[in-house]
Ligand binder design. Structure first.
Ligand code: B16
Ligand code: MG
Length: 208
């Protein structure tokens, strides 16, 4: 009983968190500190600029705005080296099948991601044409848990929030969806995504 589906990218359709991690880890090494996988959890769903601030906080480093801009750019260059090599095999289980299932039912589909590389990634993994709208970090400025990305996505689909369901793996994303007045399916652990209306381990659970 919904007309539109809005998908987060990292953690829902693909696992780009591992590439963000590799890039930030190298970045930290160059600045002389260690950045662990546990630290990386804090970066999920968070914008590039905010990620940089968190990483610098882990290392106890203070930089000028100018230095921050340069380093964020450098980190992104390294990240791009990984995502340029992505292909369809990197789609998470059930992602493509579920998108096709929704389209067959006439459901409109939008992307709602914080990433500025989102359109490129969708293209690399071969699912860009399945989306009616792509709303990403290049289009919105307020980060989740602000509802902006989903509000804009829903508008671009020509629908009302009550007609939309959001698929999210990050707590901030779940909060953003609820604040937008939408229902939300959490992808991941039920103990972390408690606020979601339903939690599944992955989209493969919804195919069939
Ligand atoms: P970029 P999502 C987010 O993607 C990632 O989870 C987060 O770790 C990253 O910092 C953010 O995109 C920005 O990515 O550097 O490519 O602009 O979960 O909102 O799809
Ligand atoms: Mg995510």
């Amino acid at each position: 009983n919904f007309k539109g589906a809005l998908f987060d990218l990292d953690g829902v359709l693909v696992d780009t968190a591992k590439y963000h991690y590799l890039a930030w880890k190298r970045f930290a090494e160059q600045l002389g500190f260690e950045f662990t996988e546990a630290d990386n959890e804090r970066l999920k769903g968070v914008s590039r600029t905010r990620s940089l601030e968190i990483v610098l906080e882990v290392g106890g480093i203070t930089l000028t705005e100018e230095e921050k801009l340069r380093l964020a750019e450098e980190k992104n260059e390294r990240y791009l080296q990984y995502i340029r090599r992505m292909d369809e095999a990197e789609l998470l289980p059930g992602a493509k099948e579920y998108l096709h299932k929704l389209r067959a039912r006439g459901i409109k589909i939008a992307l709602g991601s914080a990433s500025k590389n989102a359109a490129f990634i969708l293209d690399r993994v071969g699912i860009a044409r399945l989306f009616d709208a792509i709303v990403d970090g290049t289009k919105v400025s307020r980060a989740k848990p602000d509802p902006e990305v989903f509000v804009v996505g829903c508008k671009e689909l020509g629908l009302e929030p009550a007609d939309c369901v959001v698929f999210e793996d990050a707590e901030a994303g779940v909060q953003a969806a609820l604040a937008a007045g939408m229902r939300v399916v959490g992808i991941g652990r039920a103990d972390i995504l408690r606020a979601a209306n339903l939690v599944v381990r992955g989209l493969d659970e919804l195919v069939g």
